[in-house]
Design a protein around this ligand. Sequence first.
Ligand code: SIN
Length: 275
Amino acid sequence: MELRPMAPRCGVEIAGVSLSTCSDADVAAIKTAIYEHGVAVFRDQAFAPEDHIAFAKRWGGIDLNNYFPLNPRWPEIALVSKAPDQTTNIGGAWHTDHSYDQIPAMGSILVARVLPPAGGDTLFAHMGAAYDDLPDDVKSEIEGLSAFHTADHVYKADGLYAQTDQGKALRGQDLRTGAVHPVVIRHPVTGRRLLYVNGGFTIHFVGQTREESLPLLTKLLESAVGDDNQCRVQWQPGTVAIWDNRTSWHNALNDYHGHAREMHRITLSGEALAA
Ligand code: SIN
């Protein structure tokens, strides 16, 4: 197995391994690499839906996404799709998956199934690097702070997606979510300090209103996506990306109007987060 960093501080490409047949030692090495780099990319994988599910189960549990359409034949797999006549994509802003759950998903395994002729890349940003880069006064300001996360404004019947051409395909408009997490968490395995707020689902700091929270929250969200914290995944047939939702954010670019893109996503169960 060969590890090639994709950028100095985010992402790693892993070659010389087949995800559908690899050993337990390979899985352990892959996990370590993802915890460190935030996201790992694997090329030219023969990875049928059955392989996708079997590999996910080697990590532990699968968290079913409550909103995305599910693959009718393999309901463990959520569909992240955009048709040629749709203009809105799924996940087209910086976020981390499922932070609105009190026990958020550990990570996601995304497989490219239908790709546009050009575009449709996914950006990733490393939240350990984002935390390290904060000035000392901001680090002091967020020490001990927690934040409230929810998905209600995104998925409810009059939420953000309902007003777009993705609205009809999504589920779960009646669900209500809410979770509180430390603004700076320690990675459950590596112990690294990570910034854990995100633009998709973090609403306010605990003990502050949204308006009171916005200046600091905006500063954190903007500073976290500096170019030198990022890497870019250019999808090809057979590409699989696996990311750690605690260590990274991602953002699916929506620059391929008129073409279809379909990705298969399995979300991996995680654990409670602590400062
Ligand atoms: C997502 O999981 O947010 C979607 C990522 C992508 O489609 O590239």
